[in-house]
Ligand binder design. Sequence first.
Ligand code: PLP
Length: 400
Amino acid sequence: MDKIKTTMERANKYMFNTYSRFPITLVRGKGCRIWDEQGKEYLDFVGGIAVCALGHASDLVTDTLKKQAETLIHVSNLYYTVPQTDLAQMLVENSFADRVFFCNSGAEANEAAIKLARRYMNINFGTTKNTVISMDNSFHGRTMATLSATGQKKVKTGYNPLLEGFKFVPYNDLAGLEQAMDETICAVLLEPIQGEGGVVCPDPDYLKGVRNICDEYNCLLIFDEVQVGMGRTGKLFAYEHCGVQPDIMTLAKALGNGLPIGAMLSVEKLARAFGPGSHATTFGGTPLVTAVSLAVLRSLIEDGWIEHCRKVGIYFKDALNKLKQKYNFIKEVRGMGLILGMEIDRPCAPIVEACMEKGFLINCAHENVLRFLPPLIVTKDEIDMLINAMDEVFTDMTIT
Ligand SMILES: *Cc1c(COP(=O)(O)O)cnc(C)c1O
């Protein structure tokens, strides 16, 4: 009986309606292109929300996945495995961090970060130093702890009681942060660029100021690089742009190019707080996902994709700024590398739909910010095609 129903009808019948999905069913991808059930082609400027850095059906990812699947998929963290160890070493050797904990998602990476910060402070400075400050408009995930740490009402509504020990201050406001600080604060958690919040960038020297305040109050600095890490800003990690290092950093989205993996990285002084039995996960860092992540990380670094991202990002941002000069309803173009946002003076949804009609997938953050997170392998030609399509959509819009 189900056979006569479309995929969309069955999805709406059999799954919780937690997503407001676009009415297309995607079946196949290659590079920055993706096709729906009817065979219609789209250029993908969403990239699985900053996940598919090397694009869809990347030969590297597919070949690595096949080979590892034939060798060893999972054994449990009761044992050492080579791909997990290789990935940890490569992450450490290419970042501020000394140690890595692997998990399965961004929310889980942030959970691990919050747990590590609390436990380190509990052990070393007493149990009252336990409050985490995060930012208004932030996004850190959907688990109870990470939604309690998230600065957006829509994520938290209906889930009372939220967890205790979280406090919020405005982003880009050092005075506000300083005011909120006291001896009970154990960590400041923030995104180097707020992604879900609408591609909100830090003011020059803001992150340096946050680092100084954290040092002054003996509190840990956690950067949530789940969306902006792994080359997306034109450097491997976004913190590299700001001249300071966090104590803890979380990664997920692009780390596995679509395989579920998250990571929490920290400096050595926190290592003792996460000893045997203190934290764990069944699936975290399986040979299968870490083999793929390792191949992705290697390719980002060694095949020049980060440099490519930086270059085409500048080209893309220039092109968006040219549209801004042409259309008054565009308020601001923000971002760096290939996390770019265009704030407009009206809801994004009709524009996103019109672009989809023309064969382009773009995304909307925070109601009125068009957000662009294409695979890092996107070309200038593909960017030109999107810009032309948007230009047409905008022209049509202003006529009607
Ligand atoms: C997506 C995202 C998360 C949550 O990651 P999940 O894998 O969906 O749990 C956390 N923080 C930031 C900044 C994100 O963009």
